[in-house]
Design a protein around this ligand. Structure first.
Ligand SMILES: Nc1ncnc2c1ncn2[C@@H]1O[C@H](COP(=O)(O)OP(=O)(O)OP(=O)(O)O)[C@@H](O)[C@H]1O
Ligand SMILES: [Mg+2]
Length: 232
């Protein structure tokens, strides 16, 4: 049997109470093998970001279990979970979450600083070059276009070479060419670092390049299909 990296059982997430209640996730069971490249698609409000945030340990589920590399994420204390997350999971947020007072380079190195590690400068330079943001290294995040900020967010997520990369619409603000380049970089990174990738996208053309496509609707998985994936 393939090595399992993510195992989710009976997941539910409800926001609010009474009339304001929203069932964002309604009973998800999901197993992801190491080095799998999975895309998650579905309409706006179907629960994609909520699911990713829970797998990334950023939000606590209302019920259910999430195991990452055999460790139960929500059995840990908050501080241990923060450390675990930084070591194992790279996250590209839907709205980037860059620090405006920091330069591009500092933003990318932030996970290393938080982990009291020296950033791997050669590696970070390669990632910046591949993403076409090397010349922006010394600029502040506020001085960048939306697409550039997105690429900085991807570089930051890769900076500690996590075993799992979670990306929420990473190509959402990019034109076709940059979107494809970003995907190529993610595939390269997956192969190079034996990473598992979970990619949320509304773009079916991008989803088709993954190995497995999961469709969410009203917080449930309505289809889960193995794909060929595109071998480049
Ligand atoms: N913090 C929150 N408080 C209350 N409701 C929330 C919260 N976050 C999300 N929701 C609700 O949960 C549902 C799922 O939201 P989610 O952000 O996961 O959707 P999504 O699939 O990522 O949508 P999009 O494609 O627009 O990003 C939506 O109905 C949303 O309004
Ligand atoms: Mg979302």
């Amino acid at each position: 049997m393939k090595d399992i990296i993510v195992e989710i059982k009976g997941l539910e997430k409800t926001y609010g109470k009474n009339e304001a209640e929203t069932k964002a996730i309604q009973g998800i069971d999901l197993t992801i093998a190491r080095e799998e490249f999975v895309s998650i698609v579905g309409k706006s409000g179907s629960g994609k970001s909520t699911l990713l945030n829970i797998i990334g340990g950023l939000e606590r589920p209302t019920s259910g279990e999430v195991q990452i590399e055999g460790t139960n994420l929500f059995d840990m204390k908050d501080t241990s979970r923060t450390i675990f997350r930084r070591k194992h999971i790279g996250y590209v947020f839907q709205f980037f979450n860059l620090i405006p007072e920091m330069t591009v380079y500092e933003n990318i190195c932030l996970p290393s600083y938080l982990d009291h590690k020296d950033p791997d400068e050669d590696f970070i330079q390669t990632v910046m070059e591949k993403l076409g943001i090397y010349e922006k290294k010394g600029k502040y995040a506020t001085e960048l276009s939306g697409g550039e900020q997105q690429r900085v967010a991807v570089a930051r997520a890769l900076s500690l070479k996590p075993s799992i990369l979670l990306a929420d619409e990473p190509s959402g603000n990019l034109d076709k060419k940059n979107g494809e380049q970003l995907l190529e970089l993610m595939l390269l990174s997956q192969r190079y670092f034996d990473q598992t990738i979970l990619l949320v996208t509304h773009d079916l053309e991008i989803a088709r390049l993954s190995q497995r496509m999961i469709v969410l609707e009203d917080g449930k998985i309505i289809s889960d299909t193995a794909l060929e994936g595109e071998k480049s």
